[in-house]
Design a protein. Structure first.
Length: 551
């Protein structure tokens, strides 16, 4: 490959282990194995895109075949082997793209070619990129050669999806999991490249490049290349220009939006968002950045500026810390869930911009709900719901997202402010025990509800307008809602159903089963049963019914 290529990702591709960044442990292990002459039959490199899988494969090929040896590996003046490997033209180093050659016939040709020793170097090396794309038959054909190849043959595999490679192949390789490049290392590297290219780029713009690249060196170099080409030579690529070029926006604007949402200033929130949208920011990018910001608000006290991956500067970090001191965790969690839901909605909405505006308006209304009560206190939560009747629509969405996660108050889903309008009590019925509840279900023909009560419910406590139960895994997910609605309909009073950690009594069906087993056990002790078994040894007693004779 031409070292003078204008494409930065190729121009600054590492040629030796010393030039690699972020993979020190991997480099040291490989160099030590080569020096100790303990080179594995096959290497397997896995990790995200752009962190050096194929690059390391080529460096290994040069290290094994360099005419000067590993101790004096070529750096500037390349030997014949290193020069040919760098330019992908070495006859003994074959680079194969498994994405285009996936079949078993391609692997058979490879195996056939491997029977001949190297022509001008010590090792014949096969570098297979995206190896997970090989077919199952191709992998099977490769197994024997991979396990016991000739001494001169080495395999180097690279993949981004290690789970798609059969374990039989992985076990025959020396596996290296390449990590994402740390933000600080990548920042220093991009800054050095910028200086070598004499580019006028601010540190803030480089930090944005590092953030967008997500630990990928190739992505970072490609973004830098794009940024340098987008501006005139005498102009600086600052943060503002970089945000426009890469489709990102200033995080301080997002923090301002969040603060205005908490204050309920709808007009200013929409105005700022429209300015962001006019900058060319995609709605999904906005939502993902909003999620990231919510994470920082929730965990800012356990983070430092470096751990934010250059997403925040000093002022933004301080501003988030200040605002978060007056925020309740419940609000942030609810915001997170609403944001996730909106991200799903964007795939089905034609005008995503309008969906984002409605999302921001909903957050402002959600903030008006004061969930300061202990959610485990049913009465407090009910009072909170009654106090916020004006927010019925928001509440109905909220409960579906949040309350399901809190088992001990799952029943609160059923206590809706609009329940009085939806259900009219037929006439007050007094229910003072669990047995009375079962009888009422039978009288009202609520067979499904009666079945759940008898089969899947264990009674812990039955009190006035409160039932405490435990349950098994077969309980219907709508049981609490259905039972609460029916109890209100029958008694014209609100009931609270709570789930207990206590095991409770046996269910009705389990009691009946135990009683039946006891009767069968007693019957088997009778003389009549024993005489019957002597006559019919294969007989089996499966049921017992008691009959009472009238006097």
């Amino acid at each position: 490959m031409n070292r003078n290529s204008k494409v930065l990702a190729l121009k600054y591709r590492p040629q030796t282990f010393d030039q690699l960044i972020g993979q020190d442990v991997v480099s040291e292990t490989i160099v030590n194995s080569i020096k100790a002459n303990k080179v594995p039959n096959a290497y397997l490199f896995t990790g995200i895109r752009g962190i050096g899988k194929t690059t390391i494969a080529r460096i290994i090929a040069k290290s094994l075949n360099c005419l000067n040896g590993i101790e004096n590996l070529c750096k500037d003046k390349l030997c014949a082997n290193c020069d040919a490997i760098t330019n992908s033209s070495h006859i003994d180093v074959l680079e194969m793209d498994a994405a285009s050659k996936t079949g078993v016939d391609d692997v058979r040709d490879l195996i056939e070619f491997s029977r001949y020793g190297p022509t001008s170097s010590k090792y014949k090396i096969f570098i297979i990129d995206e190896v997970h794309m090989l077919s199952k038959q191709a992998f099977n054909a490769l197994l024997k050669t991979l396990e016991e190849p000739p001494e001169y043959l080495k395999f180097i595999f690279a993949t981004t999806e290690i789970k798609k490679i059969p374990i039989t192949v992985v076990s025959r390789c020396q596996r290296f999991d390449l990590s994402r490049i740390k933000s600080s290392e990548l920042f220093d590297f991009i800054k050095k490249v910028k200086d070598k290219e004499k580019g006028n780029v601010s540190d803030e713009a480089i930090r944005l490049i590092v953030k967008i690249s997500e630990g990928s060196v190739r992505d970072a170099l490609s973004l830098l290349d794009r940024g340098l080409l987008s501006l005139d030579y005498d102009k600086e690529l600052d943060l503002s220009a970089a945000q426009k070029i890469f489709g990102y926006f200033d995080k301080s604007q997002l923090i301002d939006i969040f603060k205005l949402i908490l204050e309920g200033d709808e007009k200013k929130v929409i105005t700022i968002y429209r300015k962001i949208y006019d900058q060319g920011v995609e709605p999904k990018v906005f939502i993902n950045d909003f999620l990231e910001l919510l994470y920082y608000f929730k965990n800012i006290n356990s983070l430092n500026l470096e751990s934010t991956n250059f997403s925040l500067n000093d002022d933004e970090f301080s501003k988030i810390k200040e605002i978060s001191n007056n925020l309740e965790s419940q609000i942030l969690i609810l915001f997170w869930q609403f944001t996730i839901k909106t991200l799903e909605e964007l795939d089905i909405v034609s005008n995503q911009n309008l969906s984002i505006e409605m999302f921001l308006i909903r957050l402002m209304h959600l903030k008006s709900l004061k969930f300061k009560q202990d959610l485990s206190d049913d009465n407090n939560l009910f009072q909170s719901i009654e106090k916020n009747k004006k927010e019925k629509n928001i509440l109905s969405e909220l409960k579906g997202e949040v309350i399901n996660q809190i088992k001990n108050v799952t029943q609160e889903k059923t206590i809706k402010p609009k329940i009085d309008k939806e259900i009219k009590a037929e006439g007050k019925v007094s229910i003072n025990s669990f047995d009375q509840l079962l009888n009422i279900c039978n009288e009202k023909k609520e067979i499904k509800l009666k079945y759940e009560l008898e089969k899947n419910v264990n009674l812990v406590r039955f009190e006035k307008n409160r039932i405490e139960i435990s349950f098994n895994d077969n309980l219907d997910k709508n049981f609490v809602k259905d039972l609460s609605l029916k109890l209100f309909e029958w008694t014209n009073e609100r009931w609270i159903i709570t789930f207990s950690k206590m095991k409770g009594e046996l269910s009705i069906k389990d009691k009946e089963k135990n009683k039946k087993n006891e009767l069968i056990k007693n019957a088997k002790e009778t003389k009549l049963y024993k005489n019957m078994i002597e006559i019919f040894p294969d007989a089996n007693l499966i049921d017992v019914t008691s009959s009472k004779k009238k006097d």
